[in-house]
Design a protein around this ligand. Structure first.
Ligand SMILES: *Cc1c(COP(=O)(O)O)cnc(C)c1O
Ligand SMILES: [Zn+2]
Length: 423
């Protein structure tokens, strides 16, 4: 099996089947392309999933030749039972898939490993990316690893602390004044041909190849659960690519007979920027998602005014009888602290959407107490520790004096938590 016959590109918008395996957009109508893999060699493909131990062992499901992958040890992240949190929420079985353990701290590393491998195979001279920070950091890291220069367009409102990683990796940064991520991506589209940059932005319309990387999240989760399928998988939605990729991975495994049902996909957004949730609430058709005119919130990595892969994601939600829900900034901060203080997992605010959304859907009766749920923690809380610093109570100051220290501990009460030490 090789890269030229294991998949084909299909146009979402006109149905055209593209002969080339390298096109970024539909040559017939300019529409959005997606990869469709040939799964007819069921035994070999099932065996590949069963025997895989690392991300690149899923090569038969990736649209590249892949003999020389650009890798920094992405993927193979743990699935962790969150018993204490589940108890708090009144459900039996909750897990997290911890994508924060990727090399740059988010699942975007999977996408960039694949995108830069494709870029190398296409002899790209330079790549370009539009990002709110996390995909940019991943692109910058894989640019450094591969030696392909990376131009990075980021909204100027992005805190510099979020960009530090990209600066360290040596990205060629452009902070776009008055622009959202959606604006950055549109700007790239207008200059990319002029410079011959290959677009590695993590959205199907920009690069249909990177989108196949998130299928591996599903393969790994299924293996961790011995191919039993959780009732629900809860995923943050920015552009919608991550949710779509996980859905596609489960669809592959169902087609190969490795699993016996589909998980119900849940997309969560912050209420200040939730175009997909608004469409879901109206049960609108997937292509009817409307761009948000005004956006606000604290979950910067998912502040996409228009979710470029929202149509695919909403389709996946409908097809699996899933759900979409929006949560407030306060609910996000509470969920972040809940996950870190109950389970020792410090998730990025954008990823805390999953725990906040789970809580909301359990109390709303959508998710039943006996259901099993996986929350996908897409990124690390260390990406933006300022959220905690800005909202947490100031920590205690104590003197270098054991007697005075005892008095302070005695006067300080942690009661109300299980960990109270002043009694
Ligand atoms: C990019 C990102 C998302 C959103 O992923 P999409 O594929 O754009 O929906 C969620 N969480 C984190 C931490 C991210 O970096
Ligand atoms: Zn087309």
């Amino acid at each position: 099996m090789n890269a030229t016959n294991k998949y084909r590109l299909i146009c979402r918008d006109c149905g055209h089947i593209v002969e080339s395996t390298d096109a970024m957009r539909c040559p017939a109508c300019g529409g959005v392309l997606y990869c469709e893999f040939d799964l007819s060699d069921r035994d070999a493909l099932s065996a590949a999933i069963r025997s895989a131990t690392g991300f690149w062992d899923y090569l038969p499901f990736f649209p590249v030749r892949g003999d020389k992958p650009v890798t920094i040890g992405e993927g193979a992240t743990p699935l962790i039972a969150m018993d204490r949190l589940a108890k708090t929420m009144g459900i039996a079985n909750a897990y997290i898939k911890n994508e924060a353990q990727n090399p740059t701290g988010t699942f975007k590393d999977r996408c960039m490993s694949l995108a830069f491998t494709k870029a190398k195979e296409a002899n790209a001279a330079a790549v370009v990316m539009g990002s709110a920070g996390n995909a940019g950091a991943a692109a910058a890291a894989y640019a450094a690893r591969s030696g392909i220069p990376c131009y990075l367009f980021v909204p100027a409102v992005t805190p510099l602390a979020r960009i530090a990683q990209s600066i360290a990796y040596g990205a060629r940064l452009m902070m776009v004044d008055n622009g959202s991520v959606t604006d950055c991506i549109e700007l790239i589209d207008r200059v990319r041909d002029h410079y011959g940059w290959m677009n590695v932005t993590t959205a199907y319309p920009c690069n249909p190849f990177q989108a196949e990387a998130e299928k591996a999240i599903a393969y790994e989760m299924a293996k961790s659960m011995s191919f039993s399928v959780p009732d629900w998988i809860v995923v943050p939605v920015g552009g919608g690519g991550c949710l779509t990729g996980i859905y596609k991975g489960y669809r592959d495994m169902a087609a190969l007979g490795l699993t016996s049902k589909m998980p119900r996909m849940v997309g969560v957004q912050e209420d200040g920027c939730c175009a997909l949730v608004k469409a879901f609430e109206k049960r609108a058709a997937p292509m009817e998602i409307r761009r948000e005119e005004q956006i606000s919130g604290i979950a910067l990595p998912i502040m996409d005014a228009f979710p470029l892969d929202g149509a695919f994601a909403l389709q996946a939600i409908y097809e699996t009888d899933g759900y979409a829900v929006a949560v407030t900034s306060e609910e996000l901060m509470e969920a972040q602290l809940l996950l870190s203080s109950r389970e020792g997992i410090f998730a990025e605010i954008a990823s805390s959407t999953t725990v906040a959304g789970l809580k909301k859907l359990v109390s709303g009766g959508v998710i039943a107490p006996q259901d099993s749920v996986v929350c996908v923690i897409t990124g690390s809380g260390l990406k933006d520790a300022s959220v905690i610093v800005d909202h947490a109570k100031a920590p205690l100051h104590v003197p270098l004096d054991p007697e005075k220290l005892k008095e302070i501990i005695k006067a300080t009460c942690w009661s109300g938590t299980e960990e109270c030490i002043c009694v």
